[in-house]
Design a protein around this ligand. Sequence first.
Ligand code: PLP
Length: 399
Amino acid sequence: MAEFNPADNIQDLQYFGEFGGVNPSITDSSTYTFLKAGKMEEIFEHEIEGCYLYSRHWNPTNKYLSQAIAKLEGTESASVTGSGMAAITCSILQICNAGDEIVSSRTIYGGTYAFFKNFLPKYNINTKFVDTTNLEHVKKAITSKTKIIYCETISNPMLEVSDIVALSKIAKEKGIKLVVDNTFSPLIFSPAQLGADVVVHSMTKFINGMSDCVSGAICGSKEFIDSLYDVHSGACMLLGPVLDSLRSANILKNLRTLHIRMKQHSTNAMYITKKLLDDGYKITYPGLEKHPQHQLMKQMMNAEFGFGGLFVINMGDSQKANRLMEAMQNSNIGYLAVSLGSYKTLFSAPGGSTSSEIPEEERKSMGLTDGLVRVSIGLDNNIERTYQLMSQCLKKLSS
Ligand code: PLP
């Protein structure tokens, strides 16, 4: 059997536009005509597939991008959404009913944490947050009410690497679903190939890569994706987080260069983290030997795409972290901004921003302090030059 290669899978996709264009035509319609009135009734009775009704349901442009994302993750099917949060919330709400429980990694994106901790209890869905790198903790937290184990492949912002193979084994033994957010590591990890049931993405980040739009994706079995679009009970159909087709068409084009971008992000991050580590700074990056899950990552990753574009510098306190970020922005290294996966370097201090939804006690226990600076390295052509600039910023702070 040919080895699974997500980049080749995307490469092999060939779509023709309406007039033979090399890019598919963009749907400019919110609704679709029917030649026979009876056909419309059949759609509402779930009797027809592959027919377009209304763009919140499905539209051709989103279908193209969804197919490409299914190829990226090697899943039977996929769907695209108007944000990463929509992909997460719709997936969870589709799987869970009132009274169910979720066992989630404690180090996840702050918005997801807040959804689990503050929003879902309104519907009597409760979450236990655990250190998912400790498999015994995961097993202990599962009860007869648990429906989902949830984690990020490389977690935001602690950059912990999840043992997807082991977590999927636990999920299968318990008859529950493993839902994985692969936002930080498209191409690098293929969680569905390692046993995950559902893979979600914030395409806002690396997949689109241009910092120009917000979008998400859900990958899974055909049965699961179809259930999300059921006109009577589907979370995507009824909550309505549809991605606009103009954006969708752009993301599909940007996806074509994802393999080149991921390699460059990873090469740059590896180069700069090694240098900064040698200089004595406190660096977290899964590509470094000293990272606690470095070996684990090597066993699971698609090696040619590297260890990803994110690393963390621990500056000790928030004042130093802020001064570093301002200095880096003033040196044109990148932007002091949330988000990640852009062509240009982005940095922020997650303790006071994207992870501030996580209670202070919890942040402390996982080492998420206010002195951490999360850096999403850009596609810089001359990374030695970037290192020199960053090094000057760091040296100024300690002088
Ligand atoms: N998942 C991760 C790991 C994220 O970092 C983010 C946003 O930062 C999201 C999901 C949410 O995605 P979006 O902002 O596209 O809704």
